[in-house]
Design a protein around this ligand. Structure first.
Ligand code: FES
Length: 56
């Protein structure tokens, strides 16, 4: 599923970046470029980040 349509970032990519060590939204933005245009994906990305961090 696409999290960020503007930049073509999928939930799989977001999870990969988190597995590789990202723990903040800032790191996700930096690694994937998500949220750099309309910003509608930020809430969804934050939810994935929180869910993944709980499971690490
Ligand atoms: Fe991510 Fe627009 S959907 S910046």
């Amino acid at each position: 599923m696409y999290v960020c349509l503007c930049n073509g970032v999928t939930d799989k990519k977001v999870k990969e970046v988190i597995q590789e060590g990202a723990t903040t939204m800032r790191e996700l933005y930096k690694e994937t470029n998500l949220g750099s245009q309309c910003g509608k994906c930020c809430q969804c990305a934050k939810k994935i980040l929180n869910d993944e961090l709980i499971n690490i």
